[in-house]
Ligand binder design. Structure first.
Ligand SMILES: *Cc1c(COP(=O)(O)O)cnc(C)c1O
Length: 396
């Protein structure tokens, strides 16, 4: 019988449904195996299972039979040799850093990256002797000056939260490699079907699988992907620190991946349509969405993103923070919540969520208007979303 992995030319939307390999006689849905440990008839069998690491069935923290098929599916979608899942996005990102930074090493990171990511790097700077420099995603010409001879890693995120700054990944990879560093990319907002950083030169890609990969706002998980060789160090960090997702979460991720293409296509199309309509709304000063031609990163985004421009958009409500608060409090379909990439449209105010640690002056300096509403667009009917946003913007 033919192995589907050898069927040439299957497109990502098909591979998301079937996975990279499909045993024609096997199960259609991976069974959930709730076993913390596994037993063996002989010592040789035990050692063989242990040597398989994440692909084996030895002890659940090393990897387990519900987890490895979904890791293979994720690696296939992202175009990576190997993928490892974690119990949260932060567990994944911190393991990638712990695996590739030693005491005395230095990392350069975009200041616009997820707050938790910057926190991990600062924690490492305090406790593990890492050097860290933050650079501005809006000024790529300033990045090179931040590199030192000890710089081992350049970490970027594109598009970024909440103003959707777009980073040219091929440029970032060329710079990192010229400086002898790895490029690590947080691809959460793009999703594996929206952007393929490894093809543009990235060395490691990570996602908060809590977002588009999980997609239903019902689980926490993360993933790191790269070459088998680099992922060996990440596997070591996962095994040492223990952030492995349990079998139920692994199964939910497999189930979610089967609809990833549908969800991404619908949410991205909704987001583009709403960004366009919001751009001409009388109560909106500015819309931040890379799909809009006026966005400064539009040309790069068109080159490096597929299937649209992601589910995340932000808009600046005329009247500042008070007007933005009134808008969010008036929404009825879009729910007021942190997180993104789910089926449900969610709105939040960065000054109270992701950027609450900054003063208003620091937010202005970072290009984040006080009246900014961040919305993660879901898969609802776009006309209902538009009606809701329009009513909330017009609320007195
Ligand atoms: C949510 C998020 C994270 C952290 O993921 P958790 O699953 O919450 O730990 C990291 N990066 C980005 C871009 C995120 O949106």
């Amino acid at each position: 019988m033919k192995n589907r992995a050898e069927t040439p030319g299957l497109r990502p939307g098909t591979r998301a449904v079937h996975g990279p390999t499909r045993d024609p006689g096997g199960w259609v849905s991976t069974p959930v195996i709730h076993s913390a440990t596994f037993s063996f008839p002989t010592l040789a069998d035990m050692l063989a299972a242990r040597d398989l690491r994440s692909a084996g069935a030895f002890y659940q923290r090393l990897g387990h039979p519900t987890l490895s098929p979904v890791e293979a599916r994720l690696a296939d979608l992202e175009g990576a040799e190997a993928a490892l899942l974690f119990a949260s996005g932060m567990a994944a990102i911190s393991a990638a850093f712990l695996a590739h930074l030693r005491s005395g090493d230095h990392a350069v990171c975009l200041a616009q990256c997820y707050g938790g990511t910057v926190d991990v790097l600062r924690f490492g700077a305090e406790r593990f002797g890492w050097g860290v420099a933050l650079v501005d995603a809006r000024a790529p010409e300033t990045w090179e000056a931040a590199f030192r001879s000890e710089t081992k890693l350049f970490h970027v995120e594109t598009p970024s939260n909440p103003t959707l700054c777009v980073t040219d990944l091929a440029f970032a990879a060329e710079l990192a490699h010229r400086q002898g560093a790895l490029l690590t990319v947080d691809n959460t907002i793009g999703s594996p079907l929206g952007q393929r950083p490894l093809a543009l030169g990235a060395d490691l890609v990570m996602h908060s699988a809590t977002k588009s990969i999980g997609g239903h706002s019902d689980l926490l998980a993360g993933v790191v992907m790269g070459t088998a060789q680099r992922m060996e160090a990440v596997w070591n960090a996962r095994t040492i620190f223990g952030g492995v997702p349990d079998p139920s979460v692994a199964w939910l991720i497999e189930r979610s991946l089967k609809t990833l293409a549908l969800r991404v296509a619908r949410a991205n199309a909704n987001a583009l349509e709403l960004a366009r309509r919001l751009s001409s709304h009388a109560r909106v000063a500015q819309v931040f969405y890379p799909g809009l031609e006026a966005h400064p990163g539009h040309d790069i985004a068109r080159r490096q993103m597929q299937n649209g421009f992601g589910p995340l958009l932000s808009f600046d409500v005329k009247g500042g923070l008070a007007a933005a608060e009134r808008c969010v409090d008036s929404l009825r379909v879009v729910r007021h919540a942190a997180s993104l990439g789910g089926l449900e449209s969610l709105a939040c105010l960065p000054p109270y969520t992701s950027h609450r640690h900054m003063t208003p002056a620091e937010r202005t300096e970072a290009g984040i208007p006080e009246g900014l509403v961040r919305v993660s667009i879901g898969i609802e009917d776009v006309e209902d979303l538009w009606f809701d946003l329009d009513e909330a913007l017009n609320a007195e």
